[in-house]
Design a protein around this ligand. Structure first.
Ligand SMILES: [Zn+2]
Length: 226
């Protein structure tokens, strides 16, 4: 919370310094490995998630910043992109809220990777590590995202399906999803323009028992450009 209390001032200072420039970062920070954070991206601004080191997944959830009942819906997003011929189970162009609203929350304007996890929308969690890896506890995306949205009055129950940015997920010949190492390299990024005021929570996935992050959780760089 304390980091973000200075967010408004930080935005103003950077804005003043960059006055006159086009699409410059108004927020720019390094997200340490295994951690999460939330950021507000206002309509017209661009969120950029950057591979600071490479082969690191970012689990992302999105809410309408002005009405948290409206949130990113993964399955609706995949379906809408597929029927419009602008996406598949690896990449999408438009990120939608749930069908009761069906508004475009973000438009992907640049995608240097084009391989993301859109098959299940799952994020790692304590129950997953317990059942799959026999670990009684482990840092995880569910808790990172829960903690990130808590200052905004949201709880662990508000963490729904995620956009697994940079995740390399396939389905094997038994129709079971399998995790592969990301194809993303250092410096690769995805840039998405906000179509409404959005609250975005991001987790640098702490997974180290599977190829999710090539067995080594790493940092990500997060930028908001205006
Ligand atoms: Zn994770």
């Amino acid at each position: 919370m304390s980091l973000w209390a200075t967010d408004g001032l930080h935005r103003i200072l950077i804005k003043l310094r960059l006055l006159g420039s086009l699409m410059q970062p108004i927020i720019d920070f390094l997200m340490p490995a295994r951690t999460g954070k939330a950021v507000v991206v206002n309509k017209g601004e661009v969120l950029r998630i950057i591979e600071e080191e490479g082969k690191q997944v970012a689990d992302v959830i999105i809410f309408n910043a002005d009405d948290h009942k409206e949130k990113f819906d993964l399955s609706h997003t995949v379906r809408m992109n597929c029927v419009k011929g602008i996406g598949n189970l690896k990449k999408v162009k438009e990120l939608y809220s749930q069908p009761s609203r069906s508004n475009i929350m973000f438009i992907v304007i640049e995608d240097k990777v084009g391989v993301h996890g859109l098959v299940t929308g799952n994020k790692c969690s304590k129950p997953l590590y317990r059942v799959r890896d026999k670990l009684s506890t482990h840092d995880n995306c569910q808790d990172n995202l829960s903690e990130a949205i808590r200052p905004y009055g949201l709880t662990a129950d508000d963490v729904g399906d995620v956009f697994n940015v940079f995740m390399n997920l396939d389905v094997d010949d038994r129709n079971i999803p399998i995790i592969k190492s990301p194809v993303s390299k250092k410096g690769d990024y995805i840039a998405m323009k906000a179509e409404m005021n959005c609250l975005v929570a991001i987790s640098a996935c702490p997974g180290d028992t599977q190829p999710t992050n090539d067995y080594l959780p790493k940092s990500l760089r997060i930028q908001v450009l205006q």
